[in-house]
Design a protein around this ligand. Structure first.
Ligand code: ACO
Length: 371
């Protein structure tokens, strides 16, 4: 029997230039650039160019990618109709997954893999439109069509809330897109790569990734963190809450990570934006208190805050309802998924691992009426 690497821990599946996560130092490098600098200085559109081209764009190239994203935001009527019909009874992540999948029907050549980044751009551009429309339909409001004079983040908030965001809100939203844009090899990215490795089309690969992100051990934690913070209710309850969870050996959402032995570096950026938008944010003090209690009890065990601890609180301050948090993680990470899909296709070999068979062989088949 070969050694089983449960959860594929420590398994190296390929080489990549897209992103390096240094879990010991708590640093993230997007195509060689410090994530801290990009989160402060860059824009999501610039990051798309960087991740897809392995270099920063010139001013003209940046204008070019901005224009392309703007021009491809509108949804095909058929996808809009699905959202309008299903949004009330379908969870936002299920609807996003279905919509991404449905986009293949509106591509004349969905199976063309010549320029995967270009096809992915169409998906990346439309995901915020899907999310905003689903939110408005659930609220019984008319959908707001995208504007072609706003950046990716500002336009999303405009479509969501029906009014142009302030500069601070747009900048915080842009930063959330950047912070979640890429994180090396992880469950959803791996899922995208597995599907791409079969030479399936990019709509299938992106759909696989959205589905994989949904679970509470991955992107779904953004929502469960808010449930937890609301359960705690007040910073003064954090000690007893964490004590009880730890003694019951329950996992606390927003903590722990396979690769970090320290605080996830994205936490500080989410926290900074919450403080800028609303220093009195209701759940910020609760999150800090829970963080202190968890670090005191589980820091020795390597359990530190991950990016999801503060992201939901920022989304909440931006007027985004909790059931949509994971969809925004998906809309952001679509940048990284696309880059990895393109990289996979550049030098592809089908992913085909094995399992150690521990069942029986040689069992005699008995017809059903003789059992
Ligand atoms: N709270 C308390 N204890 C934890 C936590 C946590 N959040 N995370 C891990 N542990 C403990 C486990 O109970 C386990 O303890 P044991 O050895 O005594 O049994 C040990 O740490 C190892 O945990 P695993 O689940 O084996 O670690 P793994 O690397 O497989 O999982 C994961 C990583 C899924 C992120 C995990 O830490 C977790 O479930 N966290 C909560 C959910 C979450 O926040 N997910 C978001 C991840 S980040 C992202 O996707 C953006």
């Amino acid at each position: 029997m070969d050694e089983v690497k449960k959860g594929l821990e420590g398994v190296v599946v390929d080489e990549s230039r897209v992103c390096m996560v240094d879990g010991d130092e708590g640093k993230i490098w997007y195509a060689g650039y410090d994530m801290d600098d990009l989160a402060r200085e860059s824009s999501y559109e610039e990051l798309l160019f960087l991740l897809w081209n392995d270099r920063l764009p010139t001013a003209d190239e940046l204008d070019g990618i901005r224009t392309e994203v703007q021009e491809r935001r509108a949804l095909p009527d058929g996808v809009a109709e699905v959202i309008d019909r299903e949004a009330e009874r379908t969870g936002p992540m299920d609807l996003l997954r279905t919509s991404v999948s449905a986009l293949a029907s509106y591509d004349d050549e969905p199976n063309d893999l010549e320029d995967p980044a270009d096809k992915c751009l169409g998906v990346v551009a439309k995901m915020p439109t899907v999310i905003a429309r689903a939110h408005r339909v659930r609220e019984g409001k008319d959908p707001v069509e995208p504007r072609d004079d706003l950046g990716h983040a500002a336009n999303f908030l405009y479509m969501l809330n029906g009014q142009e965001p302030s500069e601070g809100e747009a900048s915080a939203m842009d930063s959330t897109f950047i912070l979640y844009a890429e994180h090396g090899m992880n469950a959803s990215t791996f899922s995208a790569c597995v599907t791409a490795s079969t030479l399936a089309n990019v709509y299938s690969s992106m759909t696989s990734a959205v589905g994989t992100l949904q679970g509470p051990l991955h992107g779904g934690a953004t929502e469960t963190v808010i449930d937890m913070l609301e359960d705690v209710g007040d910073a003064s309850n954090a000690e007893s809450y964490v004590e009880e969870k730890v003694s019951n050996k329950e996992k606390l959402p927003g903590f722990g990570h396979r690769v970090y032995n320290t605080v996830d570096p994205r936490c500080a950026h989410f926290k900074r934006h919450i403080e800028e938008i609303n220093p009195d944010a209701e759940l910020l003090g609760v999150a800090d208190a829970v963080r202190d209690e968890v670090e005191a009890r589980l820091g020795d065990k390597g359990i530190w805050p991950n990016t999801d601890l503060y992201s939901g609180t920022l989304y909440r301050e931006l007027g985004i309802p909790a059931p949509f948090y994971t969809t925004l993680f998906a809309a952001s990470r679509a940048a990284g998924w696309s880059a990895h899909i393109a990289e996979q296709l550049e030098d592809n070999r089908i992913m085909r691992p094995r399992v150690n068979f521990v069942g029986e062989t040689g069992r005699e088949y008995v017809p059903v009426d003789e059992r």
